[in-house]
Design a binder for this molecule. Structure first.
Ligand SMILES: [Zn+2]
Length: 293
């Protein structure tokens, strides 16, 4: 079976939740679009509502290039279950999920002028309440399931209303994010099996070794290899090394967060797509995937 590859770009502030800046989103996105155009492939861009309001031009640029525009919460807040502790990033209450997603999707829709049907949770922290809210709001795809953490769902599935990490009868398609499940994890949460940010910190060839492991694994299990990846526009624009001041203080992102952002990341994405094509990969947006599963 030919691998199906889903690239999802999470359109948020620089280095995720740690700054209020959209430098990467504004300046990195055109680089991503050029690489995708060069290879004639489509992807999904999940915009934070606030990002769409801040940079409507970028939303339209992505849409005009033929890619899918999805949603990535209102302010990059955590909607799902807390998988590991991060200070200041406690999840919102389950009963808040519906309204927050409703407002966020509306914000992106207003800029785009089209309905939004795909979603991804920040940090891949999803929950049953979140997925129920998505279903009730008419979303048809959610690319949040972290395979490295839950370990069970290897292919896109329709979740259960009672437990989003199990198969059930919901209409929405849940898309697992790639992880190498053939290697032993030395991290208490399994994070070293995840794909991010390997393509940037170690390079496309290093990530491809993990992909090849999993392609073999899928073949052995006779499962369709669907490989979903998450990346961010700020990775494709050089990020400040060291302290980032934001008016009331400063944050110093860990080295792996800002390493090789900019030119190196652009080159490695290009290389990664070339290598995936050599494996016969076909590239799909989340919306396109819902027609297959
Ligand atoms: Zn994010």
């Amino acid at each position: 079976m030919k691998p199906i590859v889903v690239f999802g770009f999470d359109m948020e502030t620089d280095v995720g939740s740690w700054t209020p800046f959209y430098e990467g989103l504004v300046k990195g996105t055109p680089h991503i679009l050029s690489v995708l155009a060069k290879h004639k492939i489509t992807a999904t861009f999940f915009f934070v509502g606030d990002a769409a309001r801040h940079a409507p031009r970028i939303v339209r640029m992505v849409d005009r290039a033929g890619h899918e525009v999805g949603c990535h919460t209102l302010y990059h807040e955590t909607l799902g279950d807390e998988l590991f502790p991060i200070p200041g990033l406690k999840p919102v209450l389950p009963e808040e999920c519906y309204h927050r997603i409703e407002v966020a999707a509306d914000m992106v829709r207003k800029v785009l002028g089209k309905k939004i049907t795909s979603f991804r949770a920040p940090r891949l922290w999803g929950s049953t309440a979140m997925v129920n809210a998505l279903e009730d709001l008419g979303f048809t795809a959610d690319a949040s399931y972290p395979l490295y953490f839950y370990e069970k769902r290897l292919v896109p599935y329709h979740p259960s209303r009672k437990d989003w990490a199990r198969e059930g009868k919901m209409k929405i398609l849940e898309i697992p994010n790639f992880a190498n499940m053939t290697i032993k994890s030395n991290d208490e949460y399994g994070r070293d099996r995840d794909q991010w940010p390997l393509f940037r910190t170690k390079g496309a060839v290093a990530l491809m070794k993990h992909i090849d492991d999993m392609l073999e694994f899928y073949e052995r299990k006779k499962l369709p290899p669907v490989l979903c990846f998450y990346m961010h526009p700020w990775e494709f624009h050089e990020m400040p090394q060291g302290l980032i001041h934001f008016g009331e203080g400063a944050v110093r992102p860990d080295q792996f967060i800002v390493k090789n952002c900019g030119k190196v990341a652009v080159r490695e994405l290009d290389k990664l797509i070339t290598l995936l094509k050599q494996r016969g990969a076909e590239f799909r947006s989340c919306r396109e995937l819902t027609a297959i599963f």
